[in-house]
Design a protein around this ligand. Structure first.
Ligand code: NDP
Length: 241
């Protein structure tokens, strides 16, 4: 089963100091892995994890952080690209700057991180990559042209990677959460939160730990034959998309 620990692995989660990323880090710690997380301040990861400073929009900062992780824990065997932002605005009011900032963090940031860890996975002929997308990348959402574009782009990355590296023991999958109870959704106006709750068949937002379970499964040996998949954790919101 998924809880059976084989060897402890070197796991990296970007944006693991809070929200969904932190929950994912706690899940891997519970399984006995060597867990590192990034945050922009270099602080705030869960107890037992190595926290390093990295901004995914800055290749040099990522490089320095990943070197520190590799020195402490060995080459990264499981990467969870989770760092992400929103900057919502209706299209007519959305600036180029807002579009580019969200793409640079959510999509190019994941590309930079994957590219940095992939060589050692190829050498080992083993690796797990999980990209945190969103139901919004499949379903759309008004005011989120930038965010939706970035999140559907992650599916393209996972599927292209699967075709490039599928024969080398590396899997690349996407988890598409719906509305999860974190600072990102707590920032939404109350009436909008109520509207979303009504639209979700499960009738509630999820706990971040519910996303962490899906990520942990995709990173396990049990999921060796799952690659290029998009796993929704959305209470049924995005069904069929
Ligand atoms: P939070 O806003 O709670 O946390 C965001 C995380 O991303 C923080 O750790 C933050 O680090 C990090 N981050 C943001 N920008 C950068 C950057 N430039 N470089 C490095 N790290 C950065 O978000 P959630 O936990 O809610 O979301 C996590 C992921 O899940 C995101 O990709 C989000 O899009 C996705 N998601 C969330 C949903 C939800 O309902 N909450 C639904 C669907 C998807 P720092 O603390 O340093 O700012």
């Amino acid at each position: 089963m998924t809880d059976a620990i084989t060897e402890p692995r070197s796991v990296l989660i970007t944006g693991g100091n809070r929200g969904i990323g932190r929950s994912i880090a706690e899940e891997f710690l519970r399984r006995g892995d060597r867990v590192a997380v990034t945050s922009r301040s270099g602080q705030g990861g869960p107890e037992g994890a190595l926290t390093v400073a990295a901004d995914v929009t800055d290749g040099d900062s990522l490089d320095t952080a990943l070197k520190a992780v590799e020195e402490a824990h060995g080459p990264i065997e499981v990467l969870v690209a989770n760092a992400g932002i929103t900057d919502d605005q209706l299209l007519l009011r959305m600036s180029d700057d807002s579009f580019e900032k969200v793409l640079d963090t959510n999509l190019t940031g994941a590309f930079r991180t994957v590219k940095r860890v992939i060589k050692s996975m190829m050498r080992k002929k083993k690796g797990r990559i999980v990209l945190i997308s969103s139901v919004v990348g499949l379903y759309g959402s008004p005011g989120q042209v930038n965010y939706a574009a970035s999140k559907s782009g992650l599916i393209g990355i996972a599927r292209a990677l699967t075709r490039e590296l599928g024969s080398r023991g590396i899997t690349a999958n996407v988890v598409a959460p719906g509305y999860i109870d974190t600072e990102m959704t707590q920032a939404l106006p109350e009436d909008l939160q109520a509207t979303y709750r009504k639209a979700i068949p499960a009738g509630r937002f999820a706990d971040p730990a519910e996303v962490a379970k899906a990520v942990s499964f995709l990173a396990s040996d049990d999921a060796a034959y799952i690659s290029g998949a998009v796993i929704p954790v959305d209470g049924g919101l995005g069904m069929g998309h």
